[in-house]
Design a protein around this ligand. Structure first.
Ligand SMILES: [Zn+2]
Length: 333
């Protein structure tokens, strides 16, 4: 298999608004007027992308698009050539376990809102908290989605999250995060068509395959360390660089996952309880930006960086020898 797709990569960002972090830490949900995530952090990300001329993929929560200021920012991002993808309507960490009809309503609500704002139906989905299920995959297929990017095959992250949730339970605070399924953290670290009813396994035959391509978030090294914004902003520069180089050495597409909070500054006006609970809100913005921009530059010198839907389109034309059923995926223009 020869492949130009080996040279591809995507910068993706989950635009999780402040309320998501309150959910994780079991903090109360006061009504917000302005959210620094949308007002301050996201525009910084878009500036960084513009400076390097990178078109990214934004996974957006439908509910946030009911706010007109947020809509404007997302409309602008789409106009600048970024892909707007679906990150559910409510960002319920238990979305994958809801009754299927509730799941469908949630995903469709976000789908419709994104289409209203951008004029284009989204084709990509990332589940809140990386939690997928067969029923959720069914919903995405029914809505015509071309790819899912919910799998993050890093056992280290799974262990860390299970520990954090256990600690909250011991302190009798309720975390709305889910431990999830270990098997989802052990999938192959490369794009694959999941088997129908066994989403952890790449299908070998077209008749067993789902129509939707799974594009896992990239992990670093044989230990599959979590190569994501949170790690990059918290780790010393040298450690982040090592992880990035290890991802870029591999032959698979490099899929970087960021969160808008990676671009937040401690001075942006977050409440104290959140700053105490959220370690990455203690790191000064300049340090974060330096580390993230170095990562983008390193990626840009070694990969052609495109929105994820373009990457999926390219995979479908290049991987045909290996995955003959890829022809079932409609190319995106
Ligand atoms: Zn999220």
């Amino acid at each position: 298999m020869s492949g130009t797709h080996q040279q591809l990569g995507s910068v993706s960002i989950d635009v999780d608004s402040t309320v998501c972090y309150r959910q994780i830490h079991g903090l109360p949900f006061p009504e917000d007027e302005a959210d620094p995530i949308y007002e301050k952090a996201l525009p910084r990300f878009l500036d960084a992308m513009a400076n390097l001329n990178i078109k990214a993929t934004l996974f957006v929560i439908g509910r946030d698009l009911e706010n007109s200021a947020n809509r404007k920012i997302i409309e602008q991002a789409a106009a600048e050539g970024h892909e707007i993808a679906n990150h559910s309507y409510l960002h319920d960490y238990a979305l994958s376990r809801l009754p299927q009809e509730d799941m469908r309503q949630d995903v469709r609500k976000a789908h419709v809102l994104i289409q209203e704002v951008t004029g284009q139906a989204p084709v990509g989905f990332r589940a809140p908290g990386y939690n997928q299920s067969e029923a959720l995959f069914d919903v995405l297929e029914d809505l015509g989605y071309q790819y899912d990017s919910s799998f993050f095959p890093t056992p280290a992250y799974f262990a860390a999250r299970a520990t954090a949730i256990g600690m909250y339970q011991m302190q009798k605070k309720t975390s709305h995060s889910l431990v999830g399924e270990m098997r989802e953290f052990l999938v192959p670290p490369e794009p694959f068509f999941p088997m129908r009813n066994i989403r952890f396994k790449p299908a070998k035959l077209q008749e067993h395959a789902r129509r939707i391509l799974e594009v896992p978030i990239s992990v670093a090294g044989p230990a599959r360390l979590p190569w994501l914004g949170t790690t990059l902003v918290l780790a010393p520069d040298r450690v982040g660089q090592m992880m990035t180089r290890s991802v870029l050495r591999r032959k698979q597409p490099a899929i970087l996952e960021l969160h808008a909070i990676d671009f937040a500054d401690p001075q942006d006006g977050f409440e104290d309880a959140l700053k105490t609970a959220q370690n990455d809100l203690k790191v000064p913005l300049n340090d974060k930006l330096r580390r993230l921009e170095n990562t983008f530059q390193e990626m840009a010198t070694q990969r052609q960086l495109v929105p994820m839907k373009k990457l999926v389109q390219s995979l479908s034309s290049v991987c045909k020898e290996k995955l003959t059923w890829l022809g079932a995926t409609q190319p995106v223009s």
